[in-house]
Design a protein around this ligand. Structure first.
Ligand code: CDP
Length: 226
């Protein structure tokens, strides 16, 4: 018996790390919904669109094809119209515009429809902002992740340094704050903590500890479903 697991929360608080580890352990499929919003943003940037205007982006949308596939031995990497973009979608230029793109209802409707199709047969771990509220409201386990803002910015800054992305700590910090503000206050499916979530603050937990905690929740749910 398989369940769907929704992991939502603020920017850069380790949702992806937990989602990947859970999927590997349970032999489920991991989907990074944020990568899809980043993919649409990258397509718009590549097309040279003015990022303050909605209509050109909506006109472009039917020509954007997103797919997750293996690349260089890694699973679930994002492809945009057939080309591998997993690295490029993580760059500050994409981060700077993605929350605006993700606030557009037409973009959300299109991506949410794709995400729901992926979850039809259960066995999905998906992370994002609206997975437990909109994409899979009936997910058996919903986790809301959070961590102190300085901790999150430090983690993302360290990640960027490792990848050789040129960005300062302050820029990372400011971008996370700004995205959290937009993501939590937008009209269309904002990031919202409802009482069916289990909250996981991982400020002082390492990846193994957060995985153990989440697995204990999964076990409790599976026992009840048997
Ligand atoms: O990895 P990080 O936490 O920085 O962000 P992400 O998960 O890659 O998501 C990038 C952006 O996409 C978020 O800041 C949101 O604006 C948007 N997003 C969303 O609106 N809904 C989702 N389900 C996932 C991401």
């Amino acid at each position: 018996m398989k369940i769907n697991i929704a992991i939502d929360g603020y920017s850069s608080c380790g949702k992806g790390t937990l989602a990947k580890a859970l999927a590997a352990k349970l032999e489920y499929r991991f989907i990074d919904s944020g990568a899809m919003y980043r993919g649409v943003t990258l397509a718009a940037l590549r097309a040279g669109l003015d990022m303050r205007q909605e209509q050109p982006l909506l006109d472009m949308l039917p020509n954007v094809e997103l797919e997750f596939a293996a690349h260089a031995g890694r699973q679930n990497e994002l492809f945009l119209n057939g080309s591998w973009v997993e690295e490029e979608i993580r760059k500050p230029q994409v981060a700077a515009h993605v929350s605006w793109v993700a606030s557009l209802p037409a973009v959300r409707e299109r991506l949410v429809a794709e995400q729901r199709r992926m979850g039809l047969h259960k066995g999905i771990v998906m992370d994002g902002r609206d997975i437990g509220t909109v994409v899979f409201p009936d997910a058996e386990l919903k986790i809301f992740m959070t961590a102190r803002p300085e901790v999150r910015a430090q983690r993302r800054f360290d990640e960027s340094q490792k990848k050789g992305i040129e960005v300062s700590f302050q820029e990372v910090f400011d971008n996370l704050q700004e995205r959290d503000r937009i993501d939590s206050s937008r009209d269309h499916s904002p990031l919202t903590l409802t009482d069916d979530y289990r909250v996981l603050d991982n400020s002082d937990l390492n990846p193994t500890q957060q995985l153990e905690l989440a697995l204990s929740w999964v076990d409790a749910i599976l026992v009840n479903l048997r």
